[in-house]
Design a protein. Structure first.
Length: 277
């Protein structure tokens, strides 16, 4: 039960951080947002690693943790851009399909798919078509493709972090964050974007980074003490928090078809969770 609670807590923290990331990317260059958030989170990840006294990953686990960090970074880059150029209430639910990749990996490993899971997969895919459709046009709504690509990247991140955290705990989170900050530092040296953040921007980036690392730590602890498939699916409910914040703060509204699609995606992910329990 503790592992499930941690996974759900991670989903709430990730959803809130995504909302802040989408807002920040509307004001600042994407690279600056990513670096500020990842750097702020690195300090928290290091503190958690020191307090926990966990080992530093080595060998294959080190590579897996670093790869997970880079996959998460790619997911954030895609998602934040999508949240900045499109409607948050549309893009965020598409990222809920993060759960599908871990489930496919579990199935390929011999895990059985229960009836609720099968229904959830159908609902999630059908909802994606509705939510990503621009009313009256045969094309994806703006930002939808970025949301779908982010889902794949985040799915790879959950798989990698889940595996690495079983061996290294908070050490896996620290290595992942070191990898992402290192990659962003190299990009900043090459591109040198002009940035003039306000104190509000700095505060938002710090909060964003802290929420993300707290979610990563909660997920790592949950994955180390529970089924990877169950934990990954529950953690993928994070877009619900983003949607609720977008509606409450930005007063975003959805048309009938899109509203149905969003509801179907979220219901599908919920059924995937129920099928795992």
């Amino acid at each position: 039960m503790v592992a499930l609670t941690l996974a759900l807590g991670a989903s709430v923290a990730w959803g809130a951080s995504d909302f802040l990331g989408g807002l920040a990317t509307r004001r600042l260059p994407l690279l600056a947002v990513l670096f500020g958030a990842q750097a702020a989170g690195l300090a928290l990840a290091a503190a958690a690693w020191i307090i926990a006294g966990s080992a530093v990953p080595t060998g294959p686990v080190l590579a897996l943790a670093a790869g997970a960090g880079l996959a998460e970074l790619a997911g954030f880059a895609l998602l934040y851009r999508g949240l900045a150029v499109g409607e948050m209430s549309l893009v965020a639910p598409l990222a809920a399909l993060t759960a599908l990749l871990p489930i496919l990996v579990a199935v390929s490993g011999g895990e059985h798919i229960a009836a609720p899971q099968a229904c959830g997969i159908v609902l999630a895919l059908a909802g994606t078509v509705l939510a990503a459709s621009e009313p009256g046009h045969r094309r994806l709504a703006r930002g939808a493709g970025l949301g779908l690509a982010a889902a794949l990247a985040f799915g790879a991140f959950l798989i990698g972090l889940g595996e690495a955290s079983e061996q290294a705990g908070p050490g896996a989170v620290l290595v992942g964050r070191l990898a992402s900050v290192g990659a962003l530092t190299a990009l900043l040296c090459l591109r040198r974007p002009a940035v003039a953040p306000t104190r509000v921007d700095v505060g938002n980036l710090a909060a964003l980074g802290a929420l993300d690392v707290l979610a990563n730590l909660a997920y790592a602890q949950a994955a180390a003490n529970g089924s990877d498939a169950i934990i990954a699916v529950l953690a993928s409910l994070y877009p619900l928090t983003t949607v609720l914040l977008a509606r409450a703060v930005l007063h975003e509204h959805l048309g009938g078809a899109r509203r149905t699609g969003v509801a179907a995606v979220l219901l599908g992910v919920a059924l995937l969770s129920a099928g795992q329990l």
